[in-house]
Design a protein around this ligand. Sequence first.
Ligand SMILES: [Zn+2]
Length: 173
Amino acid sequence: MPKKALIVIDMLRDFVEPDGKLYIGPTAKGVVEAISREIEKARSCRWPIIYVCDTHSKDDPEFNMFPPHCIIGTPGAEVVDELKPHPGDKIIPKRRYSGFFQTDLDLTLRELDIDEVVLVGVCTNICNLYTAADARMLNYKVTALRDCMSSFDEAAHKFALKEMEQTLGVTVV
Ligand SMILES: [Zn+2]
């Protein structure tokens, strides 16, 4: 039996709340509700739940491209109230798009004997896509839940799901 984990990407106030620094837009609300249901399912199946969270320093070079967001220690860098981690859930800070880039994510998954990851979160064409890509490069089986993903750019959202499915071999459902 493959062992699965649910990976919740960047469901942080700065992306998801209307007054956040890099709000993805009104689709965020539906995504929060859908992810909440997936988290409940994962808990009932006893899958590990891993939160991968953008965590930037004040002068992060990423801010040459995007407005400052998810700065360490600020409310904007916190997981939204509706999806708060429980004790025992894993929280992996990241500084770049991919949840695997110079983080503990791969080691954490290996320690838990996980070979399949289910991805949810925001935004589809940035952190979700590049996390999916690295997961596939590392030979994990990957499922992406389309109703649990969103972007500020609807065309890019669609492109990213297609890219995941057709180029990366992700199961998109
Ligand atoms: Zn960022």
